[in-house]
Design a binder for this molecule. Structure first.
Ligand SMILES: [Zn+2]
Length: 275
């Protein structure tokens, strides 16, 4: 009995397209702004994105790739923004707009990344017309029509499974909030959503959170949410995508409003966030 190394014609015919497919995958991976290895690395930084069904993960990857191609990334204070940093920021930035579209971010063009916290000098006028000047140390900033500004150190050490915070989602939520004017926790709602319902549910939840905080009771939502309605919306947006169970259980009517606005149902994807 003899064996032959020569493949049978039928087998050769099947191997050729497989080889082509492999070549195509390699070529696509090299030209894609989010090649396979980089995508796997950054996907591990989001429980929600990692738990999405495979077709949704592929769509999120495409969206994040387009984000990387269309936004500029600038390192401040001598920081070099690596591909991994860009990819991680892009992934998290695209989670809130996953079912809205990249055009929701058309108003701004760049992401500025500082190595750590950064200092800003703010000036504002109060209701009595008195101008106040203050110096603030921040880890994130969202400028109306300007860039989002981030501390890489804050992102690097962030473990959303522990803190349920996500700086990039927070700043991006502010960007969505100001699409229809001031930052006030009232983003542009979709057709069929009722502005009165949104305001009523959010104000009731905000008042309840503030009352608890005043009574010295800290719940599962980060206390920074009690700063003002804009921060309430931004912090709740972080929690919506990192620990959706907290909002679904503590503020169920707000959860439903957010699910309609973001067109996502993270509690369905991540039901088992630990308490
Ligand atoms: Zn904020």
């Amino acid at each position: 009995m003899t064996t032959s190394r020569k493949p049978a014609p039928r087998r050769a015919a099947r191997v050729f397209p497989d080889g082509l497919k492999k070549l195509f995958r390699r070529w696509r991976s090299r030209r894609h702004p989010l090649p396979d290895g980089l995508w796997s690395t950054v996907l591990r930084t989001s429980s929600y994105a990692g738990a999405l069904p495979k077709p949704d993960r592929a769509r999120l990857r495409e969206l994040a790739g387009r984000f990387m191609e269309t936004k500029s990334f600038e390192g401040a204070r001598g920081l070099t923004v690596s591909e991994t940093m860009r990819a991680r920021i892009a992934l998290h930035a695209c989670i809130p707009i996953f079912n809205l579209g990249l055009e929701y971010y058309d108003d701004w063009a760049s992401v500025v990344v500082y190595p750590g916290d950064f200092r800003v000098h703010d000036e504002y006028m109060d209701e009595l017309g008195v101008v106040h000047r203050e110096t603030l140390d921040l880890c994130g900033l969202s400028q109306t029509r300007g860039p989002i500004v981030l501390s890489w150190e804050a992102i690097r050490v962030e473990d959303e499974t522990v803190t349920h915070r996500n700086l990039v989602i927070h700043e991006c939520a502010h960007k969505l909030d100001v699409l229809n004017g001031n930052a006030n926790g009232f983003p542009p709602l979709h057709a069929g959503m009722k502005p009165g319902e949104w305001s009523r549910e959010f104000h009731a939840a905000y008042d309840r959170l503030c009352s608890s905080l005043r009574a010295g009771v800290s719940g599962r939502i980060d206390a920074y949410a009690g700063s003002d309605p804009a921060e309430f919306f931004a912090v709740l947006s972080e929690t919506f995508f990192t620990a959706p169970r907290f909002i679904a259980e503590d503020f169920p009517t707000v959860y439903r409003q957010m699910a309609r606005f973001y067109r996502q149902d993270p509690f369905h994807i991540l039901p088992a966030t630990p308490a």
